[in-house]
Design a protein around this ligand. Structure first.
Ligand SMILES: [Zn+2]
Length: 327
């Protein structure tokens, strides 16, 4: 069972609509073929790092886009074996751009070795966000996500709508905050493909860790992908297998979060509650080991509900012992 962003809900919540449930669409079948350059689409190769973990699934999938003059998306962790495999895959070719979806340590650190070896510029939304990591939240987040890559500064800054034009390929930038505030997705119109980084993954829902991770942003970033309709035929996440029914999948992710919000409001309608009591009530079929992840997810939802003016709590209290109530 994946230990990703929001553990699967208990089967108790009713869902009569035609929308498939997220649990039915999750896909964990995946051959990472560590160290090999696997041709996954006519313009796309993937080299996977052997950094498997509960956050990275089978490891970081670094994408090479193009034939002779290529872009590299998410060079990956600072891992000598992975960098060597990547450089081997790139032998005889020219890297013209190094693109970063975001600055977690499983995505951007290898950009430095790659830039040094190839001379290519690194491109991303910006450095790692300097957030006021509140005490308990920071503690909780630290065990729930990959650490930040504080050493990354892009040579070139990319924003929403920017286009990186290469030799036979184009990467269109979509600003998709939520998992982290500097997250980008990259569209490849030549293949109606979208590189989704950690914003949308097929094996698990995404961690949205407060305070920098923001559920309202995440939901808007999901709606942005959904609004693209059938423009995308496939999503290539940085971790795990491709998503071949992308719009349907993004809608299932959105419905999953709305269902979670409804569950929280239902809890609070019965009276003020703490996060741990809500987790115990909502995640009855989830193994206890995943309850810290569930608590972080509930906190992200509570912050979003407070932003919408629907709930209140004493912000000076420890988020774990605080009592949350309907506004
Ligand atoms: Zn990642």
């Amino acid at each position: 069972m994946p230990a990703g962003g929001d553990p699967n809900p208990s089967a108790s919540s009713a869902d009569g609509g035609p929308q498939p449930r997220l649990e039915e669409l999750l896909d964990t079948r995946h051959d990472p073929a560590y160290g090999e350059a696997v041709q996954v689409a006519p313009l796309v190769q993937r080299v996977t790092a052997a950094n498997a973990s509960p956050f990275t699934f089978a490891g970081t999938g670094t994408y090479i886009v193009g034939h002779k003059r290529v872009a590299v998306i998410d060079p990956g962790p600072d891992d000598a074996g992975h960098i060597e495999a990547l450089l081997r895959a790139l032998e005889g070719r020219t890297v013209t751009h190094i693109c970063i979806t975001h600055t977690h340590s499983d995505h951007s650190p290898a950009s430095r070795a790659l830039a040094e070896a190839t001379g290519a510029p690194t491109l991303g939304f910006g450095p790692h966000p300097a957030v006021d990591a509140g005490r308990q939240v920071a503690e909780a987040s630290a065990v729930q996500e990959e650490p930040g890559d504080w050493d990354f500064t892009p040579d070139g800054v990319l924003g929403h709508g920017d286009v990186v034009a290469g030799d036979g390929w184009t990467l269109e930038c979509l600003y998709t905050p939520g998992h982290i505030s500097n997250h980008l997705c990259f569209g490849l119109p030549e293949e109606q493909a979208l590189f989704t980084g950690d914003h949308v993954m097929g094996w698990s829902s995404t961690i949205v860790p407060p305070p920098d991770g923001n559920l309202g942003d995440y939901l808007r970033s999901l709606e942005l992908l959904i609004s693209r309709g059938d423009r995308d035929e496939v999503y290539w996440p940085t971790h795990g297998p491709p998503i071949t029914t992308p719009n349907r999948y993004a809608r299932a992710l959105l419905a999953h979060r709305h269902r979670r919000t409804d569950q929280i409001l239902a809890c609070l309608r019965d009276g003020p509650a703490t996060i741990s009591s809500m987790v115990a009530r909502m995640y009855t079929t989830t193994p206890k080991v995943l309850h810290p992840a569930a608590a972080l997810s509930v906190l992200a939802h509570l912050i979003h509900l407070a932003e919408e003016g629907k709930i209140t709590w004493d912000p000076s209290a420890d988020t774990r012992s605080a009592t949350y109530a309907l506004a």
